[in-house]
Design a protein. Structure first.
Lengths: 319, 325
């Protein structure tokens, strides 16, 4: 089915915004403004942007350590996100969580995570909750190829399948879990094949092609909303940076990196949109400049925001 | 009229039924909890009362059971899940420690993390080393968790109702040996606040602080000591975290002598925390070094006689009290 022009542009805008956000994260990290460890989503933007174009504000997402893209694509605020990365009081977690713990309940973002795979059963719980409360909310759960090897993947997806819950499990297979390639961690080619073990549909999609992601997610969301249960989507992708900022990523062969850089999801989509005459060079430039300006604002906001006061350390441990 | 007597396990079920009736966001999940009513019979009759939409048997997935509860709690429900044995809480420690306990802190205090994890704890019935342990000290170590271990049918009903109403994750530990014990339990609705100790016996010579299954043995010991003219005060803390340290301090200020008794292993047990707090806050009131009475630092043997050797009995409590006099 053809995607409306506005939707195409909106997905493009989301991808560009994520890219520009992450580039600023990378440079601000180098500048020493961001404590802790951060994992950027550069190279994988098409997945969150295409998938979450189907979700409503009240739908849920469960994210992981590489979560800034998921947050922004769900409608998160780059200012509060950047402020959180800077550990400022105006951040999503009041400066106490950092990159791996951002959550925004107002937009159904149930949290990034510092523990690989921890979000999978949580997403099943959110799906169960939607059914029990009689809503038609769906939950999208993002995790990596590495997480697909942890026990919770099995427990979380199995019960979502048994109970036919409205959850879409999206495995972002960027071929590496830190320094371990999937060839050393999986005896199968496609993680989506594991869906058969749970009796649910498993779909492989080109994670660099936002329209392809949009299409498979559309089917999965429709199935979930109509009581058809979960889907496992495996998006083949690549992270352009090291595992975390500061990781040189020397374990990856240069030819592999070069091949994937040629398939930059933003470049591919821009070419496609130009060809479809949905976008012009000027419009593309305008979108990019707006994104740059927005992220400048976000960094400015983060820089100017106060740090939390020491006594605030003790807040929110208990209700 | 004599007060109604029911068993500990019936009191658990009654508390859950009352709370499920009161609040339709409360629901149950766990292994074998629905159709058969729990491995120890503590959820019997609940499926029949509320149906399978709110009482769900899960696969054997301890990790995920707690994970499902986190997701459900974050999105507005109030799950009460059961991990059959405390020993297997090891399997879901990440969900408890890194997910449930931390969600509010990360999200600027937004979600009510109203969830209860019930588990059968402690030993005494010959189940051996992987079915008899009690990890209250581990959970009490984690900010963001509340930890409760009631020792009577009356307490378990009132405390479980409070735990279900509490907006924080609560680890609710039910000593396995107590399920069959009976006691007076009002039919009507009542709650006992979390964090409130129970002075079970007043006395002036020494204070014995305890919780869980050892409490009844401590009460027996106190009677035996009374026969010898030694007048002990017995405090069941009931809630491990938050700890009612004020009740303990008030008693220690009066008696000047303290024994802490629990069934978990001595090394690193929660008794050590109580000893530390009392010496910090009431050192000048102490007339003798504090004694701990706890399980020997070994695994729980399957042999009944050996198990009795490991777990603290009246004899050790009496020796503990005599050591502080
Ligand atoms: C349970 C757990 N084990 C290990 C880690 C350390 N760690 C963080 S990210 C990561 C790799 C995750 O790989 P993947 O799931 O493929 O996601 P990607 O980083 O590739 O997006 C590892 C091993 C962790 N955070 N949690």
């Amino acid at each position: 089915m053809a995607i409306e022009k506005e939707k195409l542009l909106s997905m493009f805008r989301t991808m560009v915004r994520i890219r520009r956000f992450e580039e600023r994260v990378s440079s601000e990290f180098k500048a020493g403004n961001i404590p802790g460890s951060v994992h950027v989503y550069i190279g994988e933007e098409a997945i969150a942007s295409g998938a979450l174009a189907h979700l409503r504000t009240e739908d849920y997402i469960v994210s992981n350590h590489r979560g800034h893209g998921h947050l922004l694509a769900k409608g998160g605020d780059p200012k509060r996100a950047m402020a959180e990365l800077f550990a400022k009081k105006t951040g999503y977690c009041l400066g106490k969580g950092g990159s791996m713990h951002i959550a925004d309940l107002d937009i159904g973002m149930l949290g990034a995570a510092g523990i690989v795979g921890s979000g999978i059963p949580v997403a099943t719980g959110a799906g169960l909750s939607a059914v029990m409360r009689g809503t038609d909310q769906v939950t999208a759960c993002f995790f990596g190829d590495g997480a697909s090897n942890i026990g919770r993947f099995h427990e979380g997806i199995n019960l979502a399948a048994v109970w036919c819950l409205p959850v879409i499990f999206i495995c972002e297979n960027n071929l590496w879990a830190v320094s371990v390639p999937t060839s050393c961690s999986l005896a199968i080619h496609d993680i989506a094949d594991r869906a058969a073990g749970y009796g649910i549909p498993g779909v492989v999609v080109d994670g660099q092609d936002v329209m392809a992601v949009h299409e498979v997610m559309g089917e999965a969301v429709a199935r979930a909303r109509n009581g058809g249960g979960p889907t496992l989507i495996e998006a083949k992708t690549y992270r352009y940076h090291g595992h975390f900022e500061g990781d040189a990523g020397t374990y990856r062969p240069q030819e592999e990196i070069d091949a994937w850089l040629k398939r930059d999801p933003i470049k591919l989509f821009q070419e496609k949109l130009l060809e479809m005459k949905v976008l012009t060079e000027e419009k593309a430039k305008e979108i990019d400049e707006a994104a740059l300006a927005e992220m400048d604002e976000a960094v400015k906001f983060a820089l100017e925001s106060p740090f939390p006061r020491p006594e605030e350390t003790l807040d929110n441990v208990y209700a | 009229m004599a007060q109604r007597q029911i068993s500990y396990r019936e009191a658990v079920a009654e508390a859950i039924i009352e709370e499920m009736t009161r609040d339709d966001r409360v629901f149950l999940m766990g292994e074998d909890i629905a159709v058969v009513g729990g491995a120890f019979g503590a959820t019997k009759g609940i499926l029949a009362a509320f149906g399978e939409e709110r009482v769900m048997d899960t696969p054997i997935s301890e990790t995920a059971i707690v994970g499902y509860a986190v997701g459900a709690a974050m999105t507005g429900l109030r799950p009460v899940v059961e991990i059959m044995r405390c020993d297997w809480m090891t399997i879901c420690m990440d969900e408890i420690v890194n997910q449930a306990a931390k969600m509010r802190y990360f999200t600027a205090g937004r979600p009510e993390m109203a969830m209860v994890i019930r588990t059968a704890t402690e030993g005494g019935i010959g189940l051996g080393a992987q079915h008899s342990q009690s990890f209250e000290a581990w959970f009490a170590h984690i900010p963001g968790l509340k930890v409760v271990m009631p020792s009577t049918p009356y307490d378990v009903k009132g405390l479980l109702k409070s735990a279900i109403r509490d907006p924080n994750p609560v680890i609710f530990m039910e000593p396995i040996i107590l399920y069959g014990t009976s006691g007076p339990v009002p039919k009507e609705d009542y709650t006992i606040p979390l964090g409130q100790a129970d002075v079970k016996r007043e006395g002036k010579d020494a204070t014995i602080v305890c919780w869980g299954a050892v409490t009844s043995r401590v009460m027996n010991a106190a009677k035996m000591l009374a026969d010898e003219g030694i007048d002990t005060e017995v405090i069941d803390i009931r809630t491990i975290r938050p700890l009612d340290i004020e009740a303990i301090l008030a008693s220690v200020r009066k008696t000047g002598r303290l024994v802490v008794a629990h069934e978990a292993n001595k090394t690193g047990g929660f008794g050590a925390e109580i000893v530390a707090q009392v010496q910090e806050k009431a050192f000048d009131h102490l007339d003798a070094p504090i004694q701990r009475v706890a399980a020997n630092d070994v695994l729980i043997p399957i042999n009944r006689n050996l198990e009795l050797m490991v777990l603290p009995r009246e004899e050790q409590v009496i020796a503990g009290v005599k050591a502080v006099l």
